[in-house]
Write a protein that binds this ligand. Structure first.
Ligand SMILES: [Zn+2]
Length: 130
């Protein structure tokens, strides 16, 4: 019984640490990052050549309630945007870990519930044959 309670408290600490680490990633941004190529349209530009894909253009992609979204990223923002997306990757990892550990906590709480009920039923004289 004591073992179950201390396992539950330990598991709760594990979850708490994960959540603290998630909350520390306040600079994250849920999006992905890609490069597209675009011709600028000037007939004298190098990109007008037949074998040219065009100027590289960094884009930000995400999905919200109304569907997928894409925005071109300003050159001066590239580093900041990349850092924010990197933080989101870390956040996602922690989120997965959270779910796993939360399931484990739920299992332990079930164990506590069953064990405590059995003990108290027995104490009150309602144990009966198993
Ligand atoms: Zn061009």
């Amino acid at each position: 019984m004591k073992a179950i309670v201390s396992d539950i408290k330990l598991q709760l600490c594990r979850l708490c640490t994960i959540v603290e680490n998630m909350l520390a990633l306040s600079g994250m941004m849920r999006a992905s990052f890609g490069t597209t190529y675009r011709r600028c349209g000037k007939p004298t530009c190098w990109c007008a050549g037949h074998n040219e894909k065009g100027h590289p253009c960094t884009k930000l992609m995400w999905t919200d309630e109304s569907g997928p979204k894409t925005r071109a990223v300003r050159n001066e923002d590239t580093h900041t945007v990349l850092k924010a997306i990197e933080q989101y990757r870390e956040y996602k990892k922690l989120r997965r870990a959270f779910r796993t550990e939360a399931k484990q906590l739920d299992k332990l709480l079930n164990l506590f519930e069953c064990h405590t009920t059995r003990v108290n039923r027995s104490k009150m004289g309602y144990a009966g044959p198993e």
